[in-house]
Write a protein that binds this ligand. Structure first.
Ligand SMILES: Cc1ncc(COP(=O)(O)O)c(C=O)c1O
Length: 414
């Protein structure tokens, strides 16, 4: 292996990580260099768009075809840029290995279908992203995998639902869509038997380290804060090498490989992750405090506020309150509709974690197919608005939210 930028190892072997990364460095420092194996002396990661690579011998063919996550063989198996993104995430999550995929949902389905078979049982919390919920509610039963739903805020419910010898996975999302309920990662990871999987998308590795708290796997919709620029559809799972290899064996069949371009954008995002997330958290806290005092607001849910019902847990497992604020407007549906349609700095769009502040009305998106009882259980009231706080100046953002709230107040009263 030479250090020429973009050079491929002649035998397809993955070179050792650059020696310069020191485990004692802070995540900010590691994030700037993490993952570089194939673009070592190029300061920007090198993009390898190739779908296939020449192999030197029939023996190499035989070896690489059977090797998990070969990087220079055929890109459904793995590829250099995707591998660099995976290594960077593994570095930041303190994991042995990681596997990137075509979206957050490809990562989640890859974990579940890679590790569960017909007859297995999964315990999942009710408060999860709506499409994850659809996977558990409608699709897993088609494959003979049974799911028990529990309240994610109560670790005892997870423990009680586990069926010894049958429960393969315990799945939690924290902070959770859309009302920011938290799950005690350490408590559910201590339940003996099943693998614990944490969707840590809302937190990113900067704010929360599920593996250090005992979880077996951490998944991210890297589409969100990790890649962070609304220009990559990307997922990733990190954990032990054995578990990641087992998931890869299904992933290569499912064909859920991440595109090199999206992984390259993900690597770009990781290099500024810490600075972005810390700034977004600072602004989100200011927004949450401001909204909490506003007369048009009935309730604010933000893990960084003392009023959050799980504030102590937030302090224990998160480095800050996060980049998302959930706000319930006093004027209900009319007020929430007017508010979402009136912001100018904040934009109305799905997704979260990018530089632009985004607002969504969960009752009209994820909540539209739920019964009133299901919506109430998930905290999706008609007046709820989810705000993903971006990188705009805090004063511009608060002024914008105030003018939208003034219109919302009039609409709610009318
Ligand atoms: C917590 C969480 N997990 C998973 C996903 C799915 O991600 P993707 O849209 O990249 O499939 C999302 C999407 O919003 C999410 O918010």
């Amino acid at each position: 292996m030479t250090d020429t930028p973009g050079s491929c190892p002649p035998d397809g072997a993955v070179p050792e990580a650059t020696a310069e990364i020191d485990a004692r460095w802070h995540p900010e420092t590691r994030a700037i260099r993490a993952g570089r194996r194939f673009s070592r002396d190029s300061l920007a990661p090198v993009l390898f768009p190739a779908t296939t690579y020449e192999v030197g011998s029939v023996e190499d063919h035989r070896r690489m075809a059977g090797e998990p996550r070969s990087t220079h063989y055929y890109s459904r198996f793995g590829s250099p840029t995707v591998h660099e993104f995976e290594q960077a995430v593994a570095e930041l999550e303190g994991a042995e290995a990681a596997l990137a995929s075509a979206s957050g949902m490809a990562a989640i389905t890859g974990v579940v279908l890679g590790l569960c078979s017909a007859g297995d049982h999964v315990v999942a919390q009710r408060q999860v992203f709506s499409v994850t919920s659809a996977l558990f509610t409608y699709h897993l039963p088609r494959f003979g995998i049974e799911v028990t739903f529990v309240d994610g805020t109560d670790p005892q419910q997870f423990a009680d639902a586990v069926r010894p010898g049958r429960t393969q996975l315990v799945f939690a999302e924290t902070p959770a869509n859309p009302a920011l309920a938290l799950t005690d990662i350490e408590a559910i990871a201590a339940i003996p038997g099943p693998f614990t999987v944490i969707d840590s998308t809302f937190a990113t590795p900067v704010l929360q380290q599920p593996l250090a708290l005992g979880a077996d796997l951490v998944v991210h919709a890297a589409t969100k804060g990790l890649a962070g620029h609304n220009d990559a559809l990307l997922g990733v799972v990190a954990g032990s090498r054995d578990l990641i290899d087992a998931i890869w064996a299904w992933h290569v069949v499912q064909g859920g490989q991440a595109s090199p371009f999206d992984a390259w954008n993900g690597l770009r995002g990781i290099r500024t992750l810490s600075a972005r997330v810390r700034q977004q958290c600072e602004t989100a806290l200011a927004v949450a405090e401001h909204l909490e005092r506003h007369p048009a607001v009935a309730r604010v849910s933000y893990p960084g506020l003392d009023s959050h019902p799980q504030r102590d847990l937030a302090k224990r497992q998160m480095a800050a309150g996060g980049t998302i604020v959930a706000v319930e407007l006093a004027g209900g549906l009319a007020a929430a509709t007017t508010f979402c349609e009136s912001t100018r700095v904040a934009r109305m769009a799905l997704s979260l974690g990018g530089p632009e502040t985004l607002v969504v009305h969960p009752a009209s998106t994820v909540g539209r197919q739920l019964t009133p009882a299901e919506r109430a259980e998930l905290g999706i009231s008609d007046g709820l608005v989810r705000i993903s706080v971006g990188l705009e100046h805090v004063d511009d953002l608060i002024a914008d939210l105030d003018q939208a709230l003034a219109r919302a107040e009039a609409a709610g009263a009318g």
